[in-house]
Design a protein. Structure first.
Length: 72
């Protein structure tokens, strides 16, 4: 079941990356760890007061920037 949830979340992420009108969604930590290289500093593009921007890999030869807004 966790694999299916991550797969669905991956599909949600793909939609958000191509659809500029898509609303942000919560994604599973396991997916975020996978696409950011376990939140590697080498993948970090920028940092602000409430968010970190990572270069993420969703497919081979396809990269995106992902703003991770951490809410407490």
């Amino acid at each position: 079941m966790a694999k299916r949830k991550a797969s669905t979340a991956g599909s949600d992420l793909e939609q958000m990356l191509v659809d500029e009108t898509a609303q942000p969604r919560a994604l599973p930590l396991s997916l975020l760890e996978d696409i950011t290289g376990d939140f590697s500093h080498a993948h970090e593009i920028g940092r602000g007061g409430f968010a970190v921007v990572y270069k993420v890999h969703t497919h081979p030869n396809l990269n995106h920037a992902l703003n991770l807004d951490f809410k407490t």
